[in-house]
Design a protein around this ligand. Structure first.
Ligand code: NI
Length: 482
């Protein structure tokens, strides 16, 4: 058969077109956003996990090029990577590990990605304000092993956005390398809150004993950070047979002392650890030898009735913030709309709102119908202003009977200490009333319509803090008494 030249040309151009089409198709439909090229190191050192791999990733569009370098890891089952941008600002350097467990990796990725994205957008914002400001993000990883089974991964994050001011914060992931299960404080301390309370008491005191700490620690913030709630002990690691608690720079202390941490030999806390975490080393010193009726878990609820009041409630909110204290405000419905901004502020600043009827009526003298109307109208106006219904109810004058409480579909709360602030109207008389009666789980009655109450509050908070009380909402006290 005769061969035509034009047929060759047609065939050749068809092949070219097809190739181009296939190429484009692969390019468009590729499910990875990244085009990755892997470059193996020329001479891999011994041990497969010590291979150094350089992966360059380029995201389509304007996202900066980054490079990920594997760095040697001394821990079986853990690979370590370091990520840096190749050519762009803002600069960062992020180290992160991967494990063979997807669940653990997900947790790590979530933390790393959130940190990175927050940094990049904050840095971009800062750059708009001042193009000469330096910014940087550095995340480092430390790993330690306990009993061949428990790995603690400690992330140290250094964030620089303001030029000279470097923020330092921590995150930890502790897991069982044999099962892939994460270890939380709850598991470490055998699901027993009284164990956590013992630890908290010890930690509270020990931190203050570190050199130079006492005068640099904000006591109310420290009491808050060390309060025996499980989640406040989430940043921990087991290193060199010690439990190490990590705190962020400035979390409760003057930034001049850096990032506080506390290391407690496991032998000290053996009796409160779950069996699988106990050490074989015996020690006579345990934190249990100290007085067990500590002042750790003391709490009180401050309550303010008859407001809101534009000026006085606001002053009280500022004082509460200063002492890291939470409170409950029992509001009178008819005052809510005219003081909408302070009402919203109460919730926004972490306090609780209670219902105190529409017009401070004595409910025991009313028909069921008007009791319901005075309560529900107040619920509705608070909802209208804040988007949340109040969570608790207090009858004016403490006047209640079965008829009243049966009608009300929320916890009815009275008080255990009456400061009589409405009677004295004297700021210097507030503290003595609290002082002579105070005990754990007390509910203290005050009123945010008297200037004297707002003025006397600071001395009360100062006293409560020194006595180791945490000020919480009424609902938190109720929950603990169930
Ligand atoms: Ni009242």
């Amino acid at each position: 058969m005769k061969h035509h030249k034009w047929l060759d040309v047609l065939l050749l151009s068809s092949i070219c077109m097809l190739t181009a089409f296939i190429g484009m198709f692969i390019f468009i439909s590729g499910d990875s956003k990244y085009q990755a090229s892997t470059v193996s190191a020329s001479s891999p050192p011994e041990g497969a996990h010590e291979n150094t791999t350089k992966v360059e990733m380029e995201e389509k569009g304007k996202t900066p090029t980054l490079s990920v370098v594997e760095v040697p890891s001394d821990f079986d089952g853990i690979r370590l990577f370091n990520e840096t941008p190749n050519n762009s600002t803002p600069p960062y350097s992020i180290m992160y590990p991967t494990t063979k467990y997807e669940k653990i990796n997900k947790e790590i990725t979530k933390y790393i990605e959130t940190s990175k994205q927050q940094y990049l957008s904050a840095a971009e914002q800062k750059k708009k304000e001042n193009p000469y400001l330096k910014s940087n993000l550095k995340i480092q990883v430390k790993i330690s092993k306990y009993k061949q089974a428990y790995y603690s991964i400690i992330f140290t994050k250094q964030l620089e956005l303001e030029g000279k001011n470097i923020e330092e914060s921590f995150n930890t992931v502790v897991f069982n390398v044999k099962t892939g299960n994460r270890i939380f404080p709850r598991i470490l301390f055998n699901q027993d809150v009284s164990n956590l309370e013992k630890l908290s008491k010890y930690v509270r005191q020990k931190m203050l004993e570190q050199k130079g700490y006492k005068k640099n620690i904000n006591l109310s913030k420290w009491n808050h950070a060390s309060y025996p709630y499980w989640e406040r002990y989430d940043r921990f690691a087991i290193e060199n047979d010690s439990l190490v608690l990590y705190y962020n720079k400035g979390e409760f202390s003057n930034k001049s002392i850096g990032s506080p941490s506390l290391s407690i030999p496991l032998t000290f806390i053996n009796p409160i650890l779950a069996a699988e975490f106990q050490t074989e080393t015996k020690s006579e010193i345990t934190i249990l030898t100290s007085d067990q009726k500590g002042n750790v878990s003391k709490r009180v609820a401050l309550t303010f009735d008859d407001g809101p009041h534009k000026k006085i409630t606001n002053q009280i909110l500022n004082t509460l913030d200063k002492y890291h204290a939470k409170a409950t405000f029992f509001m009178v419905g008819e005052r809510v709309e005219g003081n909408a901004s302070v009402v919203k502020d109460v919730l926004a600043r972490g306090h609780e709102i209670g219902n105190h009827t529409w017009d401070h009526a004595r409910l025991t003298k009313l028909t069921s119908k008007s009791v319901l109307s005075k309560v529900s109208s107040t619920n509705n106006i608070i909802y209208k202003v804040t988007g949340h219904y109040p969570s608790v109810f207090r009858p004016p004058y403490g006047a209640k009977n079965k008829q009243v409480t049966d009608l009300i579909n929320m916890p009815v709360v009275l008080w255990t200490i009456d400061t009589l602030d409405w009677k004295y109207r004297d700021s210097s008389k507030l503290l003595p009333m609290v002082q002579k009666n105070i005990k754990n789980n007390d509910i203290i009655l005050m009123h945010d319509i008297h200037q004297s109450t707002a003025d006397g509050l600071e001395s009360v908070l100062n006293y409560l803090q020194k006595q180791g009380y945490e000020c919480v909402t009424v609902s938190e006290i109720l929950a603990s008494q169930k």
